[in-house]
Design a protein around this ligand. Structure first.
Ligand code: HEM
Length: 415
């Protein structure tokens, strides 16, 4: 049996929080190995990166999600009892519920609502002075996703709900007030959505056919029962929250347009270039650092032993920056996607493997669609300036974002 390189420190949780996105990758480089052991949250943990590791990690015979996700992530980002922590038939059933919402027509409809809302906001942005893109898009996406999902949202509530949804995304790796804000935001949001589920079920709130609200409120498990109200709320929030989170990728796209003006010209005229650009934004910029699972039954892989119950982290950021997959990974080069067929374990910002049978992100197609539309809106329908500001991305901070959320000035409609 090969010896797995191991961190010497008794616990690396703080080192992980301090190093951020490069925690696993830096150690892999240091050990000359894409696998090593460490202790995180006092528990022995195997860290992996790269394509073969991703193919292993998404083998549901070998790994399970039950009790894999740290509690602090469940209490803020994902909620408890949702699809992320299910295995086997129960996972497949719940995942099918999500995938039934993601039809091409529904995704197009969401995209159209997003374009309409963006265009409706431009006059306000034109007159507003500096616009913080992250905050502005957070509000746009909150309004759009609620309308698309069948969730009623008064205009006066948009800011409050956008702040709540952002707080849940920002909290898991934070300590102190930012983490507490996430805890509180989740509690309030679950309460809000559980009430809406209840009103739908008793018939006082009609839900449009095919909407996420209707599908989730009426979903029946294999035993023929409705989901408990709180779990249904967690699952509906598993649609609302991540759609709003696409605003981070939109900010990264705007940052990339600013840093690579030649690409601004290319995407303005060419839809294929837009596709390559969006894929490179998803590869290059940091979002979720890693995915977590536990070993279902002991097994050996490439000479290393994986004991039953061991927590395993797959480095998503590090796999997207692995030099064996992506030559010169630290360069932003959308042309690397020209004519490239990306297999399901290479580009993993939203997980790898199969959408229906594994834990790959249910909203990947939505994400790509919304990002393309954002890039098109930024390059073809308006012009703006990016005034001097600190645009540095701090990879020690999870999740990363430019400090001011990217400020734009002198916004003008061009079409
Ligand atoms: C903002 C861009 C997004 C990123 C970076 C992202 C990333 C991820 C990641 C890393 C996972 C976990 C993969 C794993 O556990 O192995 C995941 C799962 C998931 N995502 Fe996303 N996601 C995004 C957008 C969305 C959207 C727009 C939706 C829904 C509309 C969505 C719904 C889900 C769901 C339901 C799961 C759980 C899947 C399962 O456990 O089977 N995500 N996402």
């Amino acid at each position: 049996m090969a010896t797995m390189p191991a961190d010497r420190s008794p616990d690396s949780t703080l080192a992980f929080l301090r190093a951020g996105y490069r925690f696993i990758g830096e150690r892999c480089d240091r050990y000359g190995s894409d696998i090593f052991q460490t202790r995180i949250l006092l528990a022995p943990t195997i860290c992996l990166r790269g394509r073969p590791a991703a193919a292993l990690f998404y083998d549901t015979e070998r790994f399970q999600r039950r009790e894999a996700m740290p509690l602090r992530v469940q209490r803020t980002l994902t909620g408890r009892g949702g699809v992320q922590g299910l295995d086997g038939p129960e996972h497949r059933d719940r995942k099918a519920m999500f995938m039934s919402i993601m039809t091409p027509a529904a995704i197009r409809q969401l995209g159209q609502l997003f374009d309409d809302e963006w265009q409706a906001q431009v006059p306000a942005w034109e007159g507003a002075g500096p616009v913080a893109l992250y905050d502005a898009l957070g509000r746009v996406l909150t309004r759009v996703v609620c309308s698309w999902a069948g969730v009623p949202l008064a205009a006066s509530q948009i800011d409050r709900r956008a702040v709540q949804l952002h707080a849940m995304i920002e909290a898991p790796a934070m300590v102190g007030p930012r983490h507490w804000r996430g805890l509180l935001a989740r509690r309030r949001a679950e309460h809000w959505i559980a009430d809406i589920i209840e009103r739908t079920r008793i018939g006082t709130l009609p839900a449009p056919t095919g909407s996420a609200l209707k599908v989730i409120a009426e979903h029946r498990t294999a035993r023929g029962t409705l989901l408990p109200r709180r779990i249904a709320a967690v699952e509906l929030l598993n649609v609302l929250r991540p759609v709003v989170a696409v605003d981070r990728y939109m900010v990264f796209a705007a940052l990339a347009l600013h840093d690579h003006p030649a690409w601004r010209e290319r995407v303005r005229e060419d839809d294929e270039a837009t596709e390559q650009f969006v894929q490179e934004v998803r590869r290059y910029y940091p979002f979720f650092p890693a995915a977590t699972a536990r070993v279902r039954h002991s097994f050996d892989w490439e000479g290393h032993h994986f004991p039953r119950g061991r927590r395993v982290l797959l480095d998503l950021y590090g796999t997207n920056h692995h030099p064996a997959l992506w030559p010169e990974p630290e360069l932003f080069r959308p042309e690397r996607f020209a004519g490239r067929r990306v297999d399901p374990f290479e580009l993993v910002p939203q997980g790898g493997g199969d959408h229906a049978t594994g834990h790959r992100c249910a909203g990947e197609w939505i994400t790509i669609e919304l990002m393309k539309r954002a890039v098109t809106n930024l390059t073809r329908t308006m012009r703006y300036e990016v005034p001097p500001q600190n645009l540095a991305l701090d990879l020690h901070r999870m999740p990363a974002l430019p400090r001011a959320g990217l400020t734009l000035t002198n916004i003008r409609r061009t079409t």
